[in-house]
Write a protein that binds this ligand. Structure first.
Ligand SMILES: *Cc1c(COP(=O)(O)O)cnc(C)c1O
Length: 385
């Protein structure tokens, strides 16, 4: 009897096996050393992450959610300001804006990339607008070239949510080098996933980086902290910001350093798998993802759309293929934001996409045979109708 093939969306244990020895060594190194915070692994990871992305400064934090809020706060966003973002994403962009005291202004997205519609962005700018928060959805970058130009014209800050887009490029330039600050998540299910929670912010601005580091660490700089813990010459607390405690920990940093060293290979696998889906699924009545000109996608998700998605999702599930709904329904239709009075049809492109989309399995945990099983199952579904 043959065991039916199973194709899960995520399989952390399998990814661990790919780098087991190195990860075991790194974890043991940290535990034996006995330094779990304010340590060398975090500093080394930040340096390596900044270098990998070709950006001067990286500040690590303990989630993508923290990255967004801290970047906004450090850039001076607060009460009385408006920040323009999109609704078809994680709550972190909208909640991050509101947690600074600022107001959220949602604009609709372009149908193909499902990222911020720049015409809608222009129309939404008011004298109170302080910042723009575009999202690189599913690994496809927002139109950063145009968004940065609009920001320049209006004197606005840009905080980019690239939590799903590490490694994506626009005209050969990696995301992270465009915005005032760019936010990343290392949640376990992200394509650079930690074994708990993590995040980082990239910026070219040294002063902004220093402020973000302090905001994530009780309001204290790393230098001051070192002085404070020295046996002699203790200078006492020196708090320059009203900080929180949202730092990355040493264990996650050590694990992320190993995973970053294998990340180029991870991206290559995803790009090959996406190319295979593109080619094998093109004749089915399924809307496949597409890229804006000049974009190289990071393929954290391979998200297709179809009017009547439930029957095909059920058929895939019956045949061992997991799918998911990433970010549906959109934020403006969630109970938490009912008070904003944005009803149905207020952001129609995002709403239509959220009601039709579903994600197919992709990533280095999936072998060729499994990918072909997804393709074959989809062909069987459509062939039978
Ligand atoms: C995952 C994600 C976040 C939040 O990151 P966490 O690490 O889970 O807090 C924010 N924005 C987007 C687009 C994400 O995918």
């Amino acid at each position: 009897m043959t065991v039916p093939l199973r194709v899960p969306m995520y399989e952390h244990g399998k990814l661990y096996q790919l780098q087991k020895q190195e990860i075991d060594d790194a974890v043991r190194r940290v535990i034996e050393k006995g330094v779990f915070d304010w340590g060398e692994e975090v500093a080394a990871f930040e340096e390596e992450f900044a270098a990998w992305n070709g950006v001067e400064h990286a500040v690590s934090v303990n989630s993508g959610t923290a990255a967004i809020k801290i970047a906004l706060l450090a850039a001076g966003v607060g009460r009385g300001d408006e920040v323009i973002t999109v609704p078809n994403t994680d709550i972190s962009s909208s909640s991050g804006i509101r947690h600074t005291g600022a107001d959220v202004v949602w604009v609709d997205v372009e149908p193909l990339s499902r990222t911020m519609d720049t015409q809608a962005l222009r129309r939404a700018i008011t004298p109170r607008t302080k910042a723009i928060l575009p999202v690189d959805l599913f690994g496809h970058p927002a139109n950063m070239t145009e968004i940065m130009e609009i920001a320049r014209q209006h004197g606005l800050i840009v905080i980019e949510d690239a939590c799903l887009a590490l490694g994506a490029t626009i005209d050969g330039h990696k995301v992270g080098g465009f915005a005032t600050a760019t936010c990343f998540s290392f949640a376990p299910k992200k394509h650079l996933g930690s074994y708990g929670s993590g995040g980082a912010i990239l910026t070219r601005d040294a002063a902004l980086a220093e402020r973000m580091q302090k905001l994530a660490a009780y309001g204290q700089s790393r230098e001051r902290h070192r002085d404070n813990t020295a046996v002699a010459g203790n200078t006492g607390l020196y708090l320059e910001e009203e900080g929180s405690n949202e730092q990355l920990d040493e264990l996650q940093a050590a694990i992320l350093r190993i995973k970053l060293s294998g990340f180029a290979e991870n991206l290559r696998t995803r790009r090959n798998q996406a190319a295979r889906y593109d080619q094998a699924l093109q004749n089915l009545t399924l809307d496949l993802p597409s890229c804006r000109e000049g974009v190289e996608h990071a393929w954290r998700n391979y998200v297709v759309e179809r009017d009547d998605r439930d029957p095909v999702r059920q058929y895939l599930s019956d045949n061992g293929v997991q799918t998911n709904l990433s970010y549906a329904p959109p934020m403006h239709l969630q109970p938490v934001y009912r008070f904003m009075n944005k009803g149905e049809n207020s952001l129609p492109v995002a709403e239509r996409s959220c009601s039709r989309l579903f994600g197919l399995p992709i990533g280095p945990h999936i072998g060729d045979e499994q990918l072909e099983h997804v393709v074959q199952t989809l062909h069987d579904f459509f062939g039978s109708r």
